[in-house]
Design a protein around this ligand. Structure first.
Ligand code: PLP
Length: 397
């Protein structure tokens, strides 16, 4: 049977694939430590669960408005005002089944075949494939460790063509943890100002997972004049340990949000009614529930980055946010290759070796568009991290 060209051009999410492989090996009896997953290891806070249980018990279990319940949209509007100093009305908000669907809807709504989407690498694995599903063209701009995993204004300028329709910025970043400063965002905005055909997608999914004292800023805080062509994407998955509830949201110009809502209305309809009630409780409730999770992420981050830097052939810079360390392992790969421990000098072969010989699952950098690195998630217990790092150090010694 012939499948569509579109679907043949995409691959399953590599991070989900690593997680599934680690789970299968675990089920077969191996003591695998999985550092592949992109989700908090904490339980969803109790007051959020209680709200959802009450929603079920009171029969709030039917279709809602496609774009989200009015009260959740009000909670999102209040969140944007409170946390980001941004003003939106209800027609500028769309609630979706996770941040992934928010980006999918956006791309379906604005990309024509052949339109170019600028994606800085290392990137979240789904951006390019979602663009390909819309017959768009991902234009990858490389930003390695030597530039702090952040693209420069000159790189952005060089990547823009008359076909560029969208620029994606994700800060704090998955997979690198890099965070753009207000000045850096202002400098990118300076370039974007010259190209009015380019929309901007600011993926703020890791807004609350900040590992140092730098405040959160997005490009609209740096360049308020870009409001009419910026889409802000966010969600409750990472901040409130709610990955399974599937609630993300988007805000931006009304006409684009209306189009995104049409995409959603002809694909999935509303996100789960119960999850919407839970998300409302998360956004309106006590934000103090984030603090203990954040404290743990900070402590683990310190441990992981220091432990990685102590391994010969590894180099890792501090993450400003999110719960990942992205280590440059190019010298370690070369060492293992020269000793015939691995057959190919690639991060994929290296990650396979760690899985087979050290029983540790990590994600190769090439999954994120950047060869020679590995991503370790520290959304797992300190005990697991210590076990994993000891095993990795032994395996490459
Ligand atoms: N954006 C980034 C950068 C992410 O890392 C993720 C999840 O891994 C998402 C968006 C989507 O999150 P979800 O669809 O689980 O809400």
């Amino acid at each position: 049977m012939e499948l569509s060209r579109r679907v043949q051009a995409i691959k399953p999410s590599p991070t989900l694939a690593v997680t599934a492989r680690a789970a299968a090996l675990k089920a077969s009896g191996r003591d695998i430590v999985g550092l592949g997953a992109g989700e908090p290891d904490f339980d969803t806070p109790q007051h959020i669960k209680d709200a959802a249980i009450a929603a079920i018990n009171t029969g709030f279990t039917k279709y809602t408005a496609v774009d989200g319940t009015p009260s959740l949209k009000q909670a999102i509007i209040a969140k944007f005002k409170r946390d980001n100093g941004l003003d939106y009305g209800p027609k500028q908000i769309l609630v979706s089944c996770g941040g992934k669907q928010s980006f999918f809807n956006l791309v379906q709504a604005v990309i024509n075949p052949g339109d170019e989407v600028i994606i800085p690498a290392p990137f979240w694995v789904s951006y390019p494939d979602i663009v390909i599903l819309a017959d768009g063209k991902p234009v990858i701009v490389e930003a390695g460790i030597e530039q702090g995993f952040k693209i420069t204004p000159a790189q952005l300028e060089a990547a823009i063509t008359p076909k560029t329709r969208l620029f994606v910025i994700n800060s704090p970043s998955n997979p690198t943890g890099a965070v753009y400063s207000k000045a850096e965002l202002a400098a990118l905005g300076e370039v974007l100002r010259k190209h009015p055909q380019v929309l901007i997608a600011s993926d703020d999914m890791y807004e609350h997972i900040r590992l140092n004292d730098a405040p959160f800023v997005n490009i609209l805080n740096a360049c308020p004049d870009l409001y009419e062509r910026t889409l802000v994407l966010n969600g409750v998955s990472k901040a409130y340990a709610m990955t399974g509830w599937r609630i993300g949201y988007a805000a931006g110009p009304e006409a684009i949000l209306r189009a995104m809502t049409n995409v959603q209305s002809q694909s999935t309809s509303n996100p789960t009614s119960i999850s919407q009630v839970a998300a409302e409780a998360a956004l309106n409730g006590d934000q103090g529930c984030i603090a203990p999770m954040l404290a743990a992420f900070k402590a683990r981050h310190r441990y992981v980055v220091d432990a990685l830097n102590a391994i010969p052939g590894f180099k890792c810079v501090d993450s400003g946010g999110a719960f990942y360390a992205f280590a440059d392992v190019r010298p370690a790969i070369q060492t293992l290759l020269s000793r015939d421990v691995i057959e190919q000098g690639s991060d994929i072969a290296f990650s396979e070796y760690l899985l087979e010989s050290a029983d540790v699952a990590v994600v190769p950098g090439s999954a994120f568009g950047t060869e020679g690195y590995i991503r370790l998630s520290f959304a797992t217990s300190q005990a697991n991290l210590e076990k994993a790092l000891k095993r990795i150090a032994q395996a490459v010694a």
